[in-house]
Each structure stands twice: as structure tokens, then as C-alpha cells.
Design a protein around this ligand. Sequence first.
Ligand SMILES: NC(=O)c1ccc[n+]([C@@H]2O[C@H](COP(=O)([O-])OP(=O)(O)OC[C@H]3O[C@@H](n4cnc5c(N)ncnc54)[C@H](O)[C@@H]3O)[C@@H](O)[C@H]2O)c1
Ligand SMILES: O=C(O)C(=O)C[C@]1(C(=O)O)C=C[C@@H](O)C=C1
Length: 365
Amino acid sequence: MSQILIKGLGLIGSSLALAIRAAHPTDRIVGCDVNGESLDYAVSQHLIDDRADDFMAAAPSADVIILAGPVSVICDDLALLASLTLKPDVLITDVGSTKQTVLRAAQPLQQRGVTFIGGHPMAGSHKSGVTAGRADLFENAFYFLVPGLAPTSAVTRLQDLLVGTHVKWLTVTPTQHDRIVGQLSHLPHIVAAALVNQTQAALADSPLGLRLAAGGFKSITRIASSDPTMWTAILLNNGALVADQLKAYQAELNRMETAITTQDVAQIKAFFTHAKTTRDHLGPDRLGSLPNFFDLFLNVPDQVGAIADVTQRLAAAQLSLVNIHILEIREEVDGVLQLTFGEAATRDQAAELLQAADYQIVRRS
Ligand SMILES: NC(=O)c1ccc[n+]([C@@H]2O[C@H](COP(=O)([O-])OP(=O)(O)OC[C@H]3O[C@@H](n4cnc5c(N)ncnc54)[C@H](O)[C@@H]3O)[C@@H](O)[C@H]2O)c1
Ligand SMILES: O=C(O)C(=O)C[C@]1(C(=O)O)C=C[C@@H](O)C=C1
């Protein structure tokens, strides 16, 4: 039995806990987080076996330490770990979205002979926090590994621990990682947030404003709902590369601006044709991970048949569920049911249907 310490039980930390639990039921998972409510939730849902309120006190007895806080916190944690006496064969890894600064922060540990492997699952969501965790979040996604000085046996050990994630492993250098992910993830998050901010300002005097947005705006801006703390840390840790990528992107926008103002039909058509050919070629089956999911949380009374009533109503309306999860159900206490759908529109139809049947919707995400 190994002791796995996860620091940061948000979307990624809790999803890894679920995947580890599924593949290694006898391992002991200990969680650590600044948010006490997240820890309470993680214990109540058996995501973790135990909570550690003091990371420094818990680390020396861990066999594996997974750092899953914001990237800036991961760098601080690596510095803290370098000052401790850890188990001789401890394996430390992280899940942060940048790798150059993380690997630099891991150097003092590595110089002391401690095994560190940088990691980054290329899957996630605009959702954050422990309640968003899912065992299948990483299924079919790429998972970057930056082994640095770590021996092959340590890489195999990590891959075995995380076998329940069902990811596709990819070994890269920190620079390769940050350049690729800057372009595919960091830049798009800036683009989405900028579009939301600029649109909000531009439509400020329109009575319905952003509420008139349809599929196009919603699809391109979903990730603008991501956690600001996490994204501030990412951009501070990959600033130089992303600034260059942002400049190249602005040049592309400028070319389009010129084509529109000069009514350059050939240029405008070529712009869209080139993008369509590239995007169509990618196809859903060539994209890494599962699509995102859309949740509805509703109160259900503590009554026999309450959950069946909900699922029957959805089935009668042909609204297809991806997953169903009871968040809390104790005797004489109403529960919260988490219903997961593949499409936001299906989730919204389900919400209307259940509201009409007097169910109380707690939240949508
Ligand atoms: N969200 C994604 O799509 C995604 C995907 C891959 C990797 N990542 C990376 O994974 C890491 C976690 O992201 P997430 O999406 O799970 O974020 P999250 O906001 O859901 O979770 C972060 C957790 O860390 C905790 N935390 C913050 N500061 C802490 C501290 N000082 N000590 C202990 N706990 C602390 C928070 O309370 C929270 O529970 C980040 O480094 C992020 O860059 C995110
Ligand atoms: O699917 C999403 O919502 C994500 O933002 C996931 C996403 C990304 O694709 O940009 C975000 C950050 C990560 O480091 C990896 C994946």
C-alpha cells in the first residue's frame, strides 16, 4: 500500500484522486488544500481517505506527492519540499499548465537526489473546484511528461499509478511544452476573455446585450469562464512565449482588418478556407480528450423514488444524461443531485422541465 499525498484538491487534483482510487483501491490517498470545505467534501465523497491540514507535516510520510494547486503555488511547494527530509524513494510530480518555471523550481530537490517528474494532463474544463472532479476527465487525452533527470523506472511507476486516467503519454522538454501549450491553450484563453470583455463593453447600451448571443459566441467563449487565479498564475509563468504568440495573433487579425476594409474578396475567402480546411481535418476523433460536460445541480427530497422520478421525466422528454451523481443524501436531509449532460442546450431544457415540475435548481455549471 502506498501513501499518495495530493496538494490542491480542485478539478484536476480530485479527478486524479478518483482515477487513482479506481486503479489502486488499496492505496491511501491523503488530500491537502487551503480550502477546508473542499477537504470536507473530498472526505464525505470518499475521494480521499484522510485530510492533511499541514502539508509540511504530511509530506515526509508520503510515497508519492502530486502538486495540483495553481502553477505559482506548485513552484512554492517545490521550494518547501526541498527543505524537508522525505522518504528515500519518494516520487514527486505536478499537473501545472506550464513547465519551464516548474522544472526550474524543482532543481534544488533534484540536486538532492529526489525524483521529480513534471506532468500536465492536456484535458480539463472551465469548471474548477473539488465538486467538478470526474474519474473520466482525462480519458483519451494527451498527458505531457517532463522527466528531466528522473530515471525510466520512475516514469513507469508514475504511469502505473495514473493508469486509471486512460491518457496517452507524451514526453517533451519544458520549452517544447510551453511553446505548444502557449499556442493551443494559453493564447486561446486570452482570446476568449478579450472577446467577452470587448463585447460586453460594445453592447453595454443594448437592453439585452450579451444575452442575445447564440452558439457561435457561446462556443468560442466557453473557456472565458475559467478560474482567474489559475490563469493569472499560468500567464505569469509563460509570459514571454505567450506575448510573442499574442503578437503573431494580432498580426493575423490586422491582415483580416485590412482585407475587410479594402474589400479584398479573395483574401477574405482564403482566410476562412484555410481555417476551415485545417479545422475540418482535425475532426472530433483527432481531438484529444472527451468533450466538456454541462451540469445541473438540483435539490431532491429524501423520499423513495425521488431520483427515479427525475430520470423518468428526462427519459420521457428524450433528454439524454451522461452521468448522475448523488452529492449528499442522508436520512431526513434532502440531497443534491448532479445531472451531467453532453450539451449545454440539453442541460438547459432539462432545467426548464424539472423547474416546471417544482424541482429546485441549485446551480448550473
Ligand atoms: N483546469 C484545467 O483545465 C487544467 C488542466 C490541466 C492542468 N491544470 C493545472 O492544474 C492545476 C490545478 O488546476 P485546477 O483546474 O484543478 O484548479 P482548481 O481551482 O479547480 O483547483 C486548485 C485547488 O488548489 C487549491 N489551492 C490553491 N492554493 C493553495 C495552496 N496554497 N495550498 C493548497 N491548496 C491550494 C484550491 O483551493 C483548489 O482546491 C493548475 O496548476 C492548472 O494550471 C488545469
Ligand atoms: O477544456 C477546457 O476548458 C480547458 O481549458 C482545458 C485546458 C485547455 O485546453 O486549454 C486548460 C488548461 C490546461 O492546462 C489544459 C487544458
